[in-house]
Design a protein around this ligand. Structure first.
Ligand SMILES: [Cu+2]
Length: 129
């Protein structure tokens, strides 16, 4: 029979709900507040998840209208940035200094990941509030 194990309870440490999205993301350290800025930068290929396989920071909060610029570190091989809901997708590249940007106009949470390293924990989220 199915064993529910230790799943009872739950975390409620903030307004953002990620439904386990960050369970295997070892550089997730809460939602970093970057609200009130027109443009912010998130690193692609931060040291995490056993190598250069993280987004840094993994989760950020921004204000509506903010442009998020993902900047490749050149670590961890080739990466991409793909919205879990399909709302944006970058090309797959490995070059340090490459950038991809997306402007978030609507409030809500957008999860995203790197396709080749998703199962390793290369995942992030942008919370627009
Ligand atoms: Cu990657």
């Amino acid at each position: 029979m199915f064993d529910p194990g230790q799943e009872a309870g739950g975390e409620s440490e903030g307004p953002a709900e990620f439904d386990g999205w960050f369970d295997n993301v070892d550089n997730y350290d809460g939602v970093v507040d970057r609200t009130g800025e027109e443009e912010i930068t998130v690193q692609v290929g931060s040291q995490a998840n056993g190598g250069g396989f993280g987004f840094g920071p993994a989760a950020v909060a921004v204000s509506p209208g903010t442009t998020v610029v993902w900047e490749w570190t050149g670590e961890g091989g080739s990466h991409d940035v793909q919205a879990d809901d399909g709302s944006f997708a970058s090309e797959m590249v490995g070059d340090a200094g490459h950038t991809f940007s997306h402007t978030f106009d609507e409030t809500g949470t957008t999860k995203y990941y790197c396709m080749p390293h998703k199962t390793m924990g290369m995942k992030g989220a942008v919370v627009v509030e």
